[in-house]
Design a protein around this ligand. Structure first.
Ligand code: SAH
Length: 390
């Protein structure tokens, strides 16, 4: 039951019910149980999954009082998500795509990424956890994959009081070097050991857009992970690339992937802290024609916005100082708390400090397999700018 005045967001169909909005709980629900959320007068607001350990105490499955949360419900939601991707032409047999994007697809806490014939899932809330087998069966029916693997890990699960888990859920174990194609490139993913579900599918389209500016360029790919941006740029005609990451494992995979695409001889792989290495390159007087800056999430909560903004400014100031005249900086933020306007303001500050006129040539956001449900703006997290500095 919801306290008076606190049900406004539910009436706008926002799926999260915070602990402070709950006045009374009846019947002692267990983690993952389906509960009806009512207003003070007892009128139905939503049917939701109960998460007693989390500040997000319940997540709405449906706002329709007639809709039951059962096996058929998950079958419908998974089919709808898969059909949307199919209509967009994103389900090519050997390519990769996010097929379920949690709240945005009406399935709070559920992520599913498809790499060729294998699917990798994350179950990040008590409700998702409760319905895991049903959701896995629905994914099996909708996609007939060779195998479904689980990577349920990270902070979101800890906040729900759930332990980490990685295992095969259905069918075959994914090969340690699972190959797929992306924008004409051959890619490799280690879904059992890589970051998140193995690769960052949210940047697939942006890598192709950045690569259009790569002909003849010397490239610096900061926070490279397995080198998606650098490999695409060198295949598109860049003369050389330096890939920076603090993870040796990521860089080993990057080298393998560059070799698979025939460009390893034009790439240099440097295991280092980006902030330190950019300063060192600046002291050496190095300049690059194309710099890609794709850091991890710097801002995890509203309280971290100021500190995280300084991080974005510092690293982009270094990038602008390393950019050759007329060079291109493709810079990203995957912090949902930093919106497009704030990100642009941060870059404007960095440009002033660098003492260089800088123009926006293009703007980047997340691709259509990471849709944003209008009632759930939290899903809108990826911002990027393609800049040129004179
Ligand atoms: N651009 C990548 C994704 C980057 S994810 C792609 O297209 O796939 C962020 C990466 O930053 C991770 O690989 C992580 O290992 C790395 N990282 C995080 N902090 C770092 C730091 N201080 N210095 C160098 N690398 C860092």
């Amino acid at each position: 039951m919801i306290g008076s005045g606190r049900e406004k967001s539910l009436r706008r169909r926002h799926p999260w019910i915070f602990s402070g909005a709950i006045e009374r709980v009846e019947g002692g629900p267990e983690p993952g149980d389906t509960v009806d959320v009512l207003d003070r007068r007892g009128a139905f607001l939503a049917r939701a999954a109960w998460s007693p350990a989390s500040q997000i105490r319940a997540r709405a499955w449906t706002f329709d009082p007639e809709e039951r949360v059962d096996d058929a419900f998950f079958g419908r939601r998974v089919s709808r998500a898969v059909e949307t991707r199919a209509r967009l032409g994103l389900l090519d047999a050997d390519e990769a795509c996010r097929v379920v994007y949690a709240e945005s697809d009406g399935l709070p806490g559920v992520i599913a990424d498809r790499y060729g014939r294998h699917v990798v899932c994350q179950f990040l809330s008590a409700g998702a956890e409760r319905w895991r087998d049903v959701i896995v069966a629905a994914l099996g029916d909708a996609l007939t994959p060779a195998g479904i693997y689980e990577r349920s890990e990270g902070a979101a699960r800890r906040k729900e009081g759930l332990a980490s888990r990685r295992q095969v859920l259905a069918g075959a174990e994914p090969p340690p070097r699972l190959e797929f194609r992306s924008g004409g490139l051959q890619r490799i993913v280690d879904v059992a050991h890589g970051q998140k579900t193995g690769a960052y599918l949210d940047q697939q389209l942006n890598r192709q857009r950045v690569a259009r500016h790569a002909a003849g360029a010397s490239v610096l790919d900061a926070f490279a992970y397995t080198g998606g941006f650098a490999t695409a740029a060198v295949v598109a005609g860049a003369k050389s690339a330096v890939l920076l990451d603090s993870s040796g494992d990521a860089l080993r995979a990057a080298r393998e992937e560059a070799a698979l695409n025939g460009v390893a001889d034009r790439c240099r792989f440097v295991e280092a802290d980006v902030f330190d290495e950019l300063r060192a390159l600046r002291e050496q007087g190095r300049r690059f024609d194309l710099i890609v800056m794709d850091p991890p999430k710097f801002v995890h909560s509203a309280q971290q916005v100021a500190a995280g903004s300084r991080g974005y400014k510092d690293v982009n100031l270094l990038a602008l100082q390393l950019l050759a005249p007329g060079g291109i900086l493709a810079t990203f933020s995957c912090s949902g708390h930093v919106d497009a306007a704030l990100f642009q303001k941060i870059l404007a500050g960095a440009a002033v400090d660098a003492g260089r006129p800088v123009q926006i040539l293009e703007r980047f956001t997340q691709p259509p397999d990471h849709p944003v449900a209008l009632e759930f703006p939290e899903a809108d997290y990826l911002n990027g700018l393609l800049l040129t500095a004179h």
